[in-house]
Design a protein around this ligand. Structure first.
Ligand code: GCU
Length: 846
């Protein structure tokens, strides 16, 4: 023991700020410093007892995880035994199910009220008890205990903890890429290729699967759907089903049950039947046989996830059957095995925008309301949190109060599809909690979304949460170190939807980056500011995110919302903006909510500002509750949000040396990128609505950039002036580009001094252009258009708001009259393309 403490002391004395890849995420079990452990090691338990652990079950994982974690955090080597006698011995960590504990140890903690997956954790006295209602619960308790230790929390606690709902699933949108020699891609995934699939099959090397299972289990997630909701029927061939079995075997030790997404037309797509009519006897038999085979291979198979008759996917409507008949087809096939069918409510048709009353936000209620009561009891309807599609701000979906007889779950998107694709820091729990904490007033009574999705309001056992997580082979899992807090928080909120967002990110930060207070407070503060900032510099007042919905869903393109059938309309014209969703004059969507809420959303006087344009079509000069006009709010918010984003890299730089170099560098790259891209957002949206409305910014910021030199105004050699589409993605609507090597030169007419030189350029996919900035012919710096090697967002082939990007050279000494040259060399499909240069006095951003 003395030796152990000495070794620990030595280890901590050399303060390990070593490089980390992110692969261990929040389960690093980094050693605590001796100042934190002092006084706790001598009395620490010296033995782990795992009672009746089934081989390769969650209880065995709990025991080995405790061993591993305690070794890492405290440097102590604890043995594990399953001896029944020692459960009450001193200085022991007992990990057990409730039943085993009862029979081995007899007495129980008083008033123990555990539900499925719940646990009891007591660190009182010299021993530790971790008792799960089932093995999974014991594993969750073990992880909770390790989280406390990892945070240096040695306090004496004794508490029971139960999950808010039984379904707490990850949804992965992984593709098989059948018929290609490609690694499985991931729809809306920004963290590399699939850990499950390649070339149309389940991978041979599944070594990332247990690591993912461990991460899921550590935050209480108990199920996973492994393939895209736009499902590939070939997942059901025999080779792949055996692959699904291998995957399930690897998740099982972590208590994670496997489910799959189904393609409704599978019997026909696979060429085995000429119909997929859900009432056809041969189809019923086909699905029954398939389900039986799946359960032979995977006896604890979780169930099916179904996207039907939506966005081109096949479904029962093809045969004039109802969605519930479609869902029940699978429900019946899977019911004898105890499986469930998760049927997605994300069903809508293309619409005609000239119809003032048409509204995609109405679709879910229109499709599902009359089916309430017609679903089999093992069907759960999974509802996206808002009526459209994971936008930066939406009201809760009205469907939550329209099908009280049907169990429902909420679908949240952990992957940041419309919210910066992991290249912008956006900590999502505050957004999720505005939804979970919304009182829907069903039947005039308090009914928070969190109580509806946990089954309390309408009295359903089956209930819960799905998070579209979309991790990939990237070492950072989801594509960015900081974005992992969203995955962690999704698990924490599914366990307890009332947990505090800030507490969660604090816990995550300590486990991920250590206990250094500066580090914790910087990351927590940036995270808590990040969603409001992103909303500010993207779409405000409930107008939706305003990303390009027809292409990458990434950068700004407000015009893409309108004049198409997708129904994400803003109805912006030169005088007015917003969807009229009132009953009195609009689409009637407000009336889909329960009375009190419907009343609130029907009138501008009672609609909150942040949803004003979701529910109302108003002039740009409409006065919000804040006292500002809509247009001035847009301008102010865009300037405020992007100003917040400018503080992120500065805050991060203050942590240099306190975080391992690898993660420090990667995060700095992203935050710097975000600061630059937030300006692209700010300018694009401000310009777009300035042009449309012809109303100037009262503070004269929009269109007024005193520090900029437009590239097209420089002396050009072998550069051509080009249009950018959308035009607002270039300052003054033009850029310069070259396939070869070009130069752009200008004389600088600024007072002599030190400046930050920012260059806004475009980085498209398909090549790596080279750039250099020179002063009087002397190089100031070079860079490459190679951000695709560092950022994982969906890339564009065009000069637009996705590819627009900024680089800044800091502290450049400039004399009045100096000659500035930007040299650019195109490569392959990537032109060297420049928008403008800003010569920024210290502290100024333009
Ligand atoms: C979004 C997303 C699609 C996805 C769909 C769904 O529209 O962009 O990629 O398939 O949601 O949830 O089904």
């Amino acid at each position: 023991m003395i030796l152990q403490s000495l070794v620990l002391l030595l280890l901590t004395a050399i303060a390990p700020v070593f490089a980390e890849t992110g692969i261990d995420a929040w389960l690093r079990y980094a050693p605590l410093s001796s100042s934190v452990t002092r006084g706790h090691l001598n009395s620490f338990p010296n033995h782990i007892v795992a009672l009746n652990a089934t081989k390769d079950g969650p209880l065995s994982s709990a025991a080995s995880e405790l061993q591993k974690g305690i070794k890492g955090i405290l440097g102590l080597n604890l043995g594990v035994s399953s001896s029944q006698k020692s459960c009450s011995a001193q200085k022991t960590i007992v990990v057990s199910t409730l039943d085993s504990y009862k029979s081995a140890c007899g007495k129980l903690p008083p008033k123990l009220d555990l539900i499925q997956d719940g646990y009891w954790l007591s660190t009182k006295g010299e021993s530790v008890q971790i008792i799960g209602q089932n093995e999974r619960g014991a594993l969750y308790g073990a992880f909770q205990y390790l989280s406390l230790l990892g945070q240096g929390n040695f306090s004496q606690v004794a508490f029971a903890s139960n999950p808010s709902a039984p379904i707490r699933w990850s949804n992965q949108w992984d593709n098989l890429n059948a018929g290609t020699a490609a690694h499985g891609s991931i729809e809306r995934g920004y963290g590399g290729v699939s850990i499950f699939f390649e070339n149309g099959y389940v991978k041979k090397d599944l070594s990332r699967v247990p690591l993912y299972g461990r991460l899921l289990a550590s935050v209480g997630l108990n199920g996973i759907v492994i393939n895209n909701v736009n499902a590939d029927a070939t997942l059901l061939n025999e080779t792949n089903l055996e692959g699904v079995k291998r995957i399930a075997d690897l998740f099982r030790p972590w208590g994670v049950q496997v489910g799959i997404s189904l393609n409704f037309a599978s019997p026909q797509v696979l060429g085995e039947l000429d119909t997929f009519d859900p009432l056809d006897e041969t189809v019923i038999k086909w699905w029954t046989d398939k389900s039986n085979r799946i359960y032979e291979l995977v006896p604890d198979f979780a169930g099916y996830l179904v996207k039907a008759n939506s966005e081109g996917q096949p479904g029962p409507l093809t045969y004039n059957r109802t969605l519930s008949q479609g869902a029940n087809l699978f429900a019946k096939a899977i019911e004898p095995h105890g499986g469930i069918v998760v049927f997605r409510a994300f069903v809508y048709d293309q619409l005609n925008e000239t119809d003032w009353k048409a509204d995609r936000a109405n679709a879910a209620v229109e499709f599902f309301k009359d089916l309430d009561g017609q679903f089999d009891s093992n069907v759960l309807v999974q509802i996206k949190f808002g009526p459209i599609d994971f936008q930066v701000r939406e009201p809760p979906s009205p469907l939550f109060v329209n099908i009280p007889k049907t169990p429902v779950s909420i679908e949240l998107e952990v992957t940041q599809e419309y919210l910066g694709q992991q290249c912008h820091l956006v900590y999502l729990p505050p957004l999720w909690q505005t939804i979970l904490g919304f009182d829907m007033r069903a039947n005039g009574r308090q009914s928070y979304i969190r109580d509806i999705v946990t089954g309390k309001t309408f009295n359903h056992k089956l209930s819960g949460y799905a998070g579209v997580i979309n991790i990939g082979m990237n070492d950072t899992w989801i594509g960015s170190h900081l974005a992992m807090s969203n995955m962690f928080a999704f698990g924490r909120l599914a366990w307890n939807p009332q947990a505090d967002s800030q507490d969660i990110v604090e816990e995550w930060t300590r486990l991920t980056f250590g206990l250094n207070r500066d580090v914790v407070s910087a990351i927590v503060s940036m995270s808590m500011k990040s969603w409001p900032a992103y909303e500010d510099y993207s779409g405000n007042l409930g107008i939706q995110t305003l990303t390009d919905i027809l292409y990458t869903h990434y950068g700004a393109n407000p015009a893409s919302q309108d004049n198409n059938g997708w129904g994400q309309w803003t109805r912006a014209d030169s005088k007015t903006i917003g969807m009229d969703r009132t009953v009195s004059n609009g689409t009637g969507n407000a009336g889909q909510y329960a009375k009190d809420v419907a009343h609130m959303f029907e009138y501008t006087q009672t609609t909150p500002d942040d949803l004003m344009l979701w529910f109302h079509h108003v002039p740009y000069t409409f006065k919000l509750h804040s006292g500002k006009t809509v247009i001035q709010h847009f301008y102010d918010a865009h300037y405020a949000g992007s100003a917040t984003a400018q503080t992120f890299p500065t805050t991060w730089k203050s942590l240099e040396g306190q975080i391992d170099a690898e993660r420090y560098k990667e995060v700095l790259y992203r935050l710097t990128y975000q600061a630059g891209h937030s300006l692209v957002w700010r300018d694009a949206i401000s310009e777009f609505y300035r042009n449309l409305s012809s109303i100037p910014d009262q503070l004269n910021r929009v269109r007024n950039h005193p520090h900029r030199i437009e590239a097209e105004a420089m002396d050009l050699s072998d550069f051509t002036i080009v249009d950018v589409d959308p035009t607002e993605c270039a300052s003054k609507y033009k850029a310069i580009a070259t396939n070869g090597t070009g130069t752009a030169t200008t004389k600088l007419n600024v007072p002599s001094g030190k400046y930050n030189v920012a260059v806004n350029y475009y980085d498209v996919m398909g090549g790596i252009a080279n750039y250099e900035v020179l002063l009087n012919g002397k190089s100031v710096g070079t860079w490459k258009g190679d951000s695709e090697n560092y950022l994982g967002h969906d890339y564009s082939s065009f000069l637009d708001c996705h590819s627009a990007i900024r680089i800044t050279f800091e502290g450049v000494k400039i004399k009045k009259g100096d000659t500035l040259t930007i040299k650019g060399t195109g490569n392959a499909l990537e032109q060297a393309a420049i928008d403008y240069v800003s010569i920024l006095p210290q502290g100024v951003v333009d």
